[in-house]
Design a protein around this ligand. Sequence first.
Ligand code: TYD
Length: 483
Amino acid sequence: MCISFSSLTFSFSSNFSAVDYLRLFPIDPPEFSFSGARAHLIVYSFVKSRKMIQINTVSQSKLSQPKKNQSKKDWMQKSSSQMTCRICSSDTSLLLDLGASPPANSLKESADKFQESYSLVTDICDKCGNVQLRYCLNEEALYTDYFYVTPSSTTLSKHYQYLQDFLKKNDFISRNSFVLEIGSNVGNFLDFIKPQVAQVLGIDPAANICQLASQRGIKTICDFFDYQASVKIKEEFGRPNAIVTRHCFAHNANPHAILDGVTNLIDETGVLVIENAYLLNTIKNNEFDQIYHEHMFYYSIRSMQHLLSLHGMHLVDLLMSPIHGGSIVFVATKKSSAHAISPTVHKYMEAESLALTPSAYADFVENTFEIKKTLSTLVADLIAKDKKIYTYGATAKGNTLLNFVGLTSHEIQYCVDSTASKQGRYLPKSNIQIISEEEAQQNPPDYFLLTAWNYKDEIIRKVRQVGNHTSKFIVPVPSIHIL
Ligand code: TYD
């Protein structure tokens, strides 16, 4: 057993510290080699097995040298490359480098359209435990024209019910509540809870998405949520009783700006409900494909509590959910709130501190590279046997997986997805064309690589129900297995 990393490259100006790295991973000292004007860091790892391996190096990408005179529409933000914690400003150290990938939801209109790739590196903060992307892309470029439409799915509907029941049971929402959802997308969740509360309102930055939400009767403000937006909302609609944000709180390089808006909007009785992928599940289940440019933070209870405390808020409850590979629902109020703190907060926090250890992170990194090796070998073997492979789910996580493993339209013929607006488009970099489930049914493959593994049971049931009993499913996490 040993740890390996790819694409570790730092210029002399980088504030990477080998000491930081060693603090996280107890390895022998790094050595340096020189090539041209750059220093390439070559790390020899003796972790666990004490067996030596050389970590790959690549030359520093253009990403780590932000271009001058960037316009607002550029993908990179001026202050986007940093190795200081975006929560507490302490130094961070490398966790995992997945190489370069295009923005994961930037589906292309044609195969020959070029889509730039950007480094996908996660770092960890020793002080508050925050895990974050080193390089954050410009939110305007990421979200103003957006393809991600929340799918209609029985798995999601069940989850909405579970979340709604929890919020009602604990008096976080009631018949009289005004609920604001940040990043409300096409309004699926608001539509679901609408009959249970007095008023709903969405806010989302993607114009095309807001239009779809408004068309179905979910009032949606088209904007990013921050202090300015909160002032306008308070003026026009009053204070919400609950602010919900599902799987988008981590989609912004500056969570402080969101919390400035939240604390301006809610009073002492108001609650903030943040649903997000949970770092502990990501690490334990080797869900490295959850790492993509939209996911700028990978929250734990520890890092979330720290962030909230900087805004006079704290956690009052937590809910775990299997959705999207293991999510957590953080419920927070102002510290001055009379709301009691559930014993669940302490219980889960303790369990987390025992589980999120340096060796858990080391295993995660090692297993990530193991998945890459195993999948790449498996696909090569299948191709050699003339087997036909499609991916199932034009997901953001699928693009991380494909690009990290290096799979393209040469190996994978099609990607299947039920979302009409994705069909006919091409996955960025891998250039795989997206087709409908009906087309896949007419010409099924030998294997589906399940890139929407978070809907595994639902998708496999659906494929079998329409009469396809032959295609097998390759599930990439927690380790490669075939169903
Ligand atoms: P999602 O879970 O949102 O993944 P990510 O956050 O990584 O983008 O996307 C799931 C995708 O899977 C979505 O594009 C719709 C597709 N899908 C199907 O094609 N068929 C199905 O039965 C289900 C449930 C989803």
